[in-house]
Design a protein around this ligand. Sequence first.
Ligand SMILES: Nc1ncnc2c1ncn2[C@@H]1O[C@H](COP(=O)(O)OP(=O)(O)O)[C@@H](O)[C@H]1O
Ligand SMILES: [Mg+2]
Ligand SMILES: [Zn+2]
Length: 362
Amino acid sequence: MPQAFYRRYRPSTFSDVLGQETIVRILKEAARRGAFSHAYLFAGPRGSGKTTTARLIAKAANCTVLMDGEPCNECPSCMEMNEGRNLDVIEIDAASNRGIDEIRNLKENVRSAPSRARFKVFIIDEVHMLTTPAFNALLKTLEEPPEQVILILATTEFEKIPPTITSRTQQFHFKRVPLKVLTEKLMRIAETEKVRIEPEALELVASAAEGSFREAESLLDQLSTAYTDGISTERVERMVGKVGFGTLNECARYLLAGDTDAALALISEVADLGHHLPQFTKDLIQFLRRVAVVSVSPKMGEKLAKELTDTHLAALREHAKHFLMTEHLQLLKGLIDAYAQMRYSQFAIIPLEIAVIEGLRK
Ligand SMILES: Nc1ncnc2c1ncn2[C@@H]1O[C@H](COP(=O)(O)OP(=O)(O)O)[C@@H](O)[C@H]1O
Ligand SMILES: [Mg+2]
Ligand SMILES: [Zn+2]
C-alpha cells in the first residue's frame, strides 16, 4: 500500500503549516531562541494542524542544526522523528486512555530523563476526554514540569478543558482553514501525484472537507484510487453527495431571473441524481446569502474573498447585480423555512418546490 496522501503531505517544517500564520511565527521565534514553553494547549477544528504542529515542536526542540527556527529534517534526530521511531516523543490518545492510571503512568514517565534526545515531548490528543481525577493528576505535572519536558495538549473542544489546566499552558487557537488555502494545497498534491481532476471538482473536494486538511486530502486520495482515468465534478458530486459550484450557480441564475420552469427542472434533476436535497437546499441558501451580502456590502465581498476562489467571487458579484432586495430576500426566507421542514419530511422535494414557486410568484 502506498502511503496515504495525508501522511505523505504532512508539513515537515513550520512554514509548511498553512493558514495558521500567527502560531507559526511565534513558534519559529521560540525555536530560534531555544525557548519553547513547557506546556502548550492547542485548540481548534480537526484537520487544522494541531498534531502536525506538536510533532514539529518535538522535532525543532531536538534538532541539532536548527535553521532559522526550522527543523533541518536531516540530522539523526530529525530523521528518527520523521520515521516515527523516536522514543522521546510520546503520543497519548486521551479518548482511549481517559483514566487516572494512564496519567499516573505519564507522571512516572515525565520524571525519567529523555533516553537520547534533549527534550522529551508528550503529546496528549483529545485531552478534553480525560476524567476529572486524571485532569487533577495532570495538573500536578503542569505545575512543575521537569526542565527537559514539553507537554502539548490538543483538543477540538476547548470549552471542556478546566481553567486550572488552561491557565497553566500557553494557548494556541487553530483556525478553520479558508477554502482558498485548502484548494491550493490540494492543487499542488494533484500536480505532484499526477492526478487528473477538473478545477471545479477540486474545489468541491475542498468545500466538502469543511476546513479540514485531513478530510480533503483523504477524499482526494480516495477519488484518485477510484477514478484513475480522471476525476470529473460529477464523480465528486456523487461521492460526497453534494453538488458543485456550477449547479448552484445555474440554479441561482434561474431563481434570480424568475425562471420558475427552469429552476424546478433543475431541482428535479438534482433529486433524480440521488443528491441529498436538504444538503442541496442548505448550499443554495448559503449561495444566495452570499449574493445578498455582496449586493448590499461590497466590503463584505472582500471578506468573502478569503472563503471563495476568484471565479466564484466574480460569479457572485454578477448575480448581485440582479438581486432585488424585497423579492429575493423573501425567496431566501422561504428557502430557509423549507429547509427546516424538509429535514424531517419524507417528501423533501415538496417544501423546496413550494418555496421556489411562492418565491417567484409575480
Ligand atoms: N495547517 C495545515 N497546513 C497544511 N497541511 C495540514 C494542516 N493541517 C493539517 N494538514 C494536513 O492534514 C493532516 C492531518 O493534520 P493533523 O495535524 O493531524 O490535524 P489535527 O491534529 O488538527 O486534527 C496532515 O498530515 C497534513 O497533511
Ligand atoms: Mg490530531
Ligand atoms: Zn534536524
